[in-house]
Design a protein around this ligand. Structure first.
Ligand code: C5P
Length: 305
């Protein structure tokens, strides 16, 4: 066996093409029926053996990473500890995160880091964790972490942690419009509960038509069917985001709030149109806009060193 010095794993941002939310369960979580898609914004997580756990976060480009925790509360460190406890190994690692996914943006960047850390440490330490165990550990870390492992396009149920791949043969072009002020997911769910106190438990969670829509590869059909139940709650907390919605509308993109926000997404037909929309948004004073495609792969090794 060759001793490895470090392993780098890449994990992608996620968006929700549909996010249907039911009333809170007894444990406080909300039942979801969602369709996830992994898009081409990435965090690269590099792990190497160390005497104690540590984490460093560096931006890719001019991304603001100041919101990412640099202590044991970082979800990548929590992932590492969970994996070592699961296997009963007494080891620690230095974790470096090269961030390309906006922090607290509704793009599951933290979940991507957790998934990447699980896979990277599994390889660094030759643990051979089964896929089933990895998915279970991922679910313990957060509702979106199992999806970050599998990537592509998937249906999510439970609180989002039960994932099942969906065939998605198209290439979809997204304009990603982050916002400088991040949002807290629990706060958005609380606002959702405030707005919809009488939501019935048989609330129609609608995603059954998505596989058929995706198979057509028709961006207009997908665009008309994008739906996020958290959008009214997020916009109620942050009315300023209405303007982003409007600016993307003016640029003739289909619009969708990403997860619990504040990132907005514009769906367009081609890469060329995506760059046009990007220019339009830059002219309107937006910054750090990215063009991304989906679906892309889940957490995967990019380097052994
Ligand atoms: O699972 P995760 O740690 O990502 O969830 C963060 C928070 O988001 C939860 O503590 C909860 O307040 C809220 N949440 C929820 N229902 C879900 C997923 C998340 O209420 N299905």
């Amino acid at each position: 066996m060759i001793a490895r010095m470090s392993v780098t794993v890449r994990a992608a941002a996620k968006i929700n093409l549909r996010l249907a939310v039911g009333p809170p369960r007894e444990d406080g979580f909300h039942p979801l029926l969602t369709v996830y898609q992994a898009i081409s914004l990435y965090d690269d997580v590099t792990v190497s053996d160390a005497d104690a756990w540590s984490v460093a976060v560096e931006p890719t480009g001019d991304l603001d990473c100041s919101g990412a925790p640099l202590d044991g509360s970082n979800i990548a460190v929590r992932a590492g500890r969970l994996l070592s406890t699961h296997h009963g190994v007494r080891r620690a690692a230095a974790i470096r995160i090269a961030k390309g996914i906006p922090v607290a943006g509704g793009l599951a960047g933290g979940s991507a880091d957790a998934a990447a850390a699980l896979v990277a440490l599994d390889r660094l330490w030759d643990l051979n964790t089964t896929d089933e165990d990895l998915l279970r550990l991922a679910a313990e870390l957060g509702s979106d972490v199992p999806f970050a492992l599998i990537g592509g396009t998937a249906r999510g149920t439970g609180r989002g942690e039960v994932v099942e791949q969906i065939d998605d043969p198209g290439t979809w072009w997204w304009v990603v419009v982050p916002n400088a002020t991040g949002m807290s997911t629990p706060e958005v769910y609380r606002e959702f509960d405030r707005l919809y106190p009488d939501l019935l438990s048989h609330h129609q969670l609608r995603v059954h038509d998505m596989p058929g829509i995706l198979r057509t590869r028709d961006f207009r059909l997908l665009g008309r069917n994008l739906e996020n139940d958290l959008q009214p709650a997020a916009l109620s907390l942050r009315p300023d985001l209405e303007q982003t919605d409007l600016d993307l509308f003016e640029a003739r993109a289909f619009r969708l709030l990403s997860g619990s926000g504040p990132t907005f997404l514009g769906l367009v037909e081609t890469q060329e149109r995506a760059h046009e929309v990007c220019e339009h948004m830059l002219d309107r004073g937006y910054r750090d806009i990215r063009v991304a495609t989906g679906p892309v792969a889940g957490a995967h090794v990019v380097e052994y060193a």
